[in-house]
Design a protein around this ligand. Structure first.
Ligand code: FAD
Length: 376
C-alpha cells in the first residue's frame, strides 16, 4: 500500500513517524527546498507530550524543552489575575507541558525519520482522485500515484480548499509579532505569562537554553501595510505601556527570530475524510494560537491515525475511526481558542474592567477542569 504525506511540517513529520512505527512506509513530499529549522518558540501541552511519548519521540523533545509549571494571566499593571497550574495536569496525566524552540521540535521529529522517505522541492500544484488512487502533481512537472494521501499541507491546504472551496481561512481580528531574546535574570524559569491590556496583549515563556519566547498581539484589520513594516523598535513602542521587560525582549530579538503574522483559523469542519484523502493538522483544523494547541492537535492526529490503523482491519475503517476521534475534539479547541482570544483582545474599557474584576474570582480548579477535555 502506497501512502503519500503532503507537507513536512509538525503534522506531516509526526504522521510519518507513527506510520513508519507500524510498518507503513509513507513518503513525505514537502515544497521547501531543504530542511530549514526556523521559527520562534512554541508551547506543547501535556496532552501532545503523551502522544509524542507513544510515538517514541518525547524523550528527545524533552531534552530541549522547558517544563512549565504555571501559566499566569496578568492585567495591564502586571498584577496576576489568575493562574493555570500545569503541575495538576502533569500529576494527573503524567507528562510535562513544555515551551520549546520550534526548530528544536522540528529537528527532533526530522531526525526520527529515515531521510530516504522525505522528498524536498516537491510543491504540489493539484491532484486527481479516482476510485482506486490519488495522483499528486508537483510544480517540477513530476507526479506520484498513491493509494491513500495524508494532506498535511497547512492552513492554506490545496487539498482542503479544492475539496471544500468555502473553507478559506478566517481572520481572527488581531495581528501578532513573535520573537526570541536572551534572558537577563528577568524571566522566571518554569512560568509562562500573558498580560492583557486595552492596547494589546503580550506573552512570554522561558526556553531551556537561557532564551525566552515572546508574542505580542494587537487588534487591527488584516494585511495592514503599516503594521507589516514595523521593526523591533517600532513594535516595542506599541507595547511601551507594559513593564520594561517587554520593551527589552522585543528590542533584543535578532532579525532572524523576529516574525510577524496576522492570526487566522478555519471554521470547524464536519469531516476530515474524502475517500482516499485524509486531512490532518492545520489543513483539517487550523486554530488560533490562544490555547497553544495547534501543533499539539496535529500531533494528536498523527497518534490517533496510527492507533486507528492498528485497531481496524482496513484503512477505510481506520479513516472512519480517526474522523470520529478528531472532528469533535478539534472543533472544541477551535471554538474555545477563538473565545479566549476574543476576551483577551478586548479594547473596550468597560468590558476590560468587568473582565479584570471577574477573572480573579474564577477558581483555578475550574480553569484546570476546562482543559481536561484535551485528554479524552
Ligand atoms: C503566532 C502563532 C503561534 C503559535 N503557537 C503555537 C503554540 O504555542 N503551540 C502549538 O501547539 N501551536 C502553535 N501554533 C500553531 C502551529 O504552528 C500549527 O498548528 C502547526 O504548525 C501545524 O502544523 P502542520 O504540520 O499541520 O502545518 P504547517 O506547520 O503549516 O506545515 C505545513 C507544511 O506543508 C508544506 N506545504 C504547504 N503547501 C504545500 C504544497 N502545496 N506542496 C508541498 N508542501 C506544502 C509547508 O511548506 C509546510 O512545511 C501557533 C501558530 C501561530 C500562527
Amino acid at each position: 500500500m502506497e501512502v503519500a504525506i503532503v507537507g513536512g511540517g509538525i503534522g506531516g513529520l509526526t504522521t510519518a513517524i507513527g506510520l513508519h512505527k507500524i510498518g507503513i512506509k509513507a513518503h513525505i513530499y514537502e515544497q521547501a527546498p531543504y530542511f530549514k529549522p526556523l521559527g520562534t518558540g512554541i508551547g506543547i501541552g501535556s496532552n501532545a507530550m503523551l502522544a509524542l511519548n507513544e510515538l517514541g519521540v518525547a524523550h528527545d523533545i524533552l531534552k530541549s524543552g522547558m517544563p512549565l509549571h504555571d501559566q499566569q494571566f496578568l492585567n495591564a499593571n502586571g498584577k496576576v489575575m489568575n493562574t493555570i497550574d500545569f503541575r495538576l495536569l502533569k500529576n494527573k496525566f503524567g507528562e510535562e507541558n513544555i515551551a520549546i524552540e520550534r526548530s528544536d521540535l522540528h529537528q527532533a521529529l526530522f531526525d526520527a525519520i529515515n531521510p530516504e522517505y522525505i522528498h524536498f522541492n516537491k510543491k504540489m500544484t493539484h491532484f486527481n482522485q479516482t476510485k482506486t488512487d490519488v495522483t499528486i502533481h508537483f510544480n517540477d512537472q513530476t507526479s506520484v500515484k498513491a493509494d491513500y494521501v495524508i494532506a498535511a499541507d497547512g492552513i492554506h491546504s490545496i487539498f482542503r480548499q479544492t475539496l471544500l472551496p468555502n473553507s478559506t481561512p478566517r481572520y481572527a481580528g488581531y495581528t501578532c509579532w513573535r520573537g526570541i531574546a536572551k534572558i537577563q535574570n528577568d524571566v522566571e524559569s518554569h512560568i509562562s505569562s500573558e498580560a492583557w491590556s486595552k492596547d494589546g496583549r503580550f506573552g512570554w515563556a522561558p526556553l531551556y537554553n537561557g532564551y525566552a519566547y515572546w508574542f505580542a498581539c494587537i487588534n487591527i484589520s488584516k494585511n495592514d501595510e503599516y503594521f507589516k513594516s514595523l521593526d523591533q523598535a517600532a513594535v516595542a513602542k506599541q507595547f511601551s505601556h507594559y513593564p520594561k521587560l517587554v520593551n527589552r525582549l522585543i528590542n533584543d530579538t535578532p532579525d532572524e527570530y523576529f516574525l510577524h503574522h496576522d492570526i487566522y483559523d478555519i471554521k470547524p469542519l464536519n469531516n476530515f475524510i474524502f475517500n482516499r484523502i485524509c486531512l490532518l493538522g492545520d489543513a483539517a483544523h487550523a486554530t488560533t494560537p490562544n490555547m497553544g494547541q495547534g501543533a499539539g492537535q496535529s500531533i494528536e492526529d498523527a497518534y490517533e491515525l496510527m492507533i486507528a490503523l492498528q485497531e481496524t482491519a482496513s484503512i477505510k475503517e481506520a479513516f472512519k475511526q480517526y474522523n470520529k476521534k478528531r472532528v469533535d475534539k478539534t472543533r472544541k479547541v477551535i471554538n474555545l481558542s477563538r473565545q479566549i482570544g476574543w476576551a483577551a483582545q478586548w479594547d473596550n474599557q468597560f468590558l476590560i474592567t468587568f473582565r479584570d474584576s471577574l477573572f480573579p474570582l474564577i477558581p483555578n480548579t475550574l480553569l484546570f477542569k476546562r482543559l481536561t477535555f484535551l485528554f479524552k
